[in-house]
Design a protein around this ligand. Structure first.
Ligand code: FAD
Length: 308
């Protein structure tokens, strides 16, 4: 798609950060799979992001926003278009609003782990449930990330979005429509930053909660192998992991992709898995669960790109 040298040159001139052509995405996704993107671009600030997205829209070049790639499966043929990586939009600040509220402002590329560290350092309570979720602020909002009874929707107060009309708009919480693992937002919109309302808390309690969550994750999740978190959304009445386990699928392999022995809703990469293996395994799980339990599983991970 991006063969024209003039187009490539223009693209590169939009940002001061890296522009990598034909860059394999398996290096960037937590699952460690995925073919090359025509281009992987790293804007360094919101002005560069605006310039880049305006250019891509004007030239009709498809683009994919990329946070930390922990909920993304890219097919083996890669992505025809530009992957816009937001990791360098990483400004984080905080301040008191009244006596009871601390407002944390984070650009989209800030890792959730950084807000967890800040919560420990500054004794802020409210986002402990995010401990161990390896995504970025933008990805967490897009996915309404959640765990241990909390969800991003409970703590976010507003976001800044680069919308379809190439305007940077602030949208307050009451106008954001969150669902289970999803924010209802246009596919072309880019979340640029977010504000979270936390509260001053007791340092020891916050640290203890975070340690407890992290050790629970260590026990329950296959963190020693590459994976993309929960593969399927939980159906209403029963966790997907339990259904998969009860269907006897733990340990099932396709190539180097395997249903984790530890947690049925994780597929792990044993070393050289291809996306075709991962997707094949997902199809097999869906068929087996549908046939044996009459439940239709739906993917939680986002699958993008072209077949190999
Ligand atoms: C070990 C492990 C444990 C996990 N545990 C949990 C958990 O407990 N709970 C949970 O909810 N998730 C969990 N996840 C999944 C994942 O970490 C979350 O969904 C996370 O919020 C995704 O963030 P990301 O930056 O990696 O997004 P990406 O994977 O980069 O992107 C996910 C989707 O969001 C879009 N996107 C990303 N950034 C933006 C942006 N700025 N603007 C618009 N769209 C954007 C992408 O285009 C893509 O469609 C886990 C994953 C792993 C690997």
């Amino acid at each position: 798609m991006l063969h024209d040298p003039v187009l490539k040159e223009h693209l590169a001139s939009c940002v001061s950060g890296s522009v990598l052509f034909d860059e394999p995405l398996d290096r960037y996704t937590s699952m460690g799979v995925g073919g090359p993107a025509d281009a992987l671009v790293f804007p360094r600030n919101r002005e560069e992001l605006l310039k880049l997205i305006s250019f891509l829209r004007k030239e009709n070049v498809p683009f994919l926003v990329f946070g930390k790639g922990t909920n993304l499966i890219v097919r083996d043929g890669g992505y025809r278009g530009v992957v816009v990586a937001l990791q360098e939009l990483n400004q984080l600040s905080w301040g008191a609003r009244g006596e009871a509220e601390i407002i944390v402002r984070a650009e989209a590329g800030v890792p959730l782990a950084e807000i967890i560290q800040l919560s420990i350092k500054e004794s802020l309570t409210g986002m402990e449930f995010c401990a161990g979720i390896p995504g970025s602020v933008g990805g967490a909002i897009r996915m309404n990330a959640g765990a241990f009874g909390g969800e991003i929707k409970d703590v976010v107060t507003e976001i800044v979005v680069l919308n379809e009309r190439l305007e940077l708009v602030t949208v307050s919480r009451k106008d954001l429509h969150f669902e289970y693992r999803r924010l209802d937002i246009s596919d072309n919109a880019v979340i640029v930053s977010a504000e979270f309302a936390l509260s001053p808390g007791k340092g020891e309690l916050i640290s203890a909660k975070i340690s407890e969550i992290k050790s629970l994750r260590k026990r329950k999740h296959p963190l020693n192998l590459r994976n993309a978190g929960s593969i399927f959304r939980n159906p209403l009445n029963i966790p997907a992991g339990r259904l998969i386990e009860e269907t006897g699928l733990k340990g099932t392999r396709r190539g180097d992709a395997m249903v984790s022995e530890l947690h049925g809703n994780f597929i792990v990469n044993l070393g050289h898995a291809r996306t075709a293996d991962v997707i094949g395994l997902m199809e097999e799980i869906k068929c087996r669960v549908r046939d044996s339990r009459n439940v239709q599983l739906e993917a939680e991970v986002h699958i993008v790109g072209e077949d190999g």
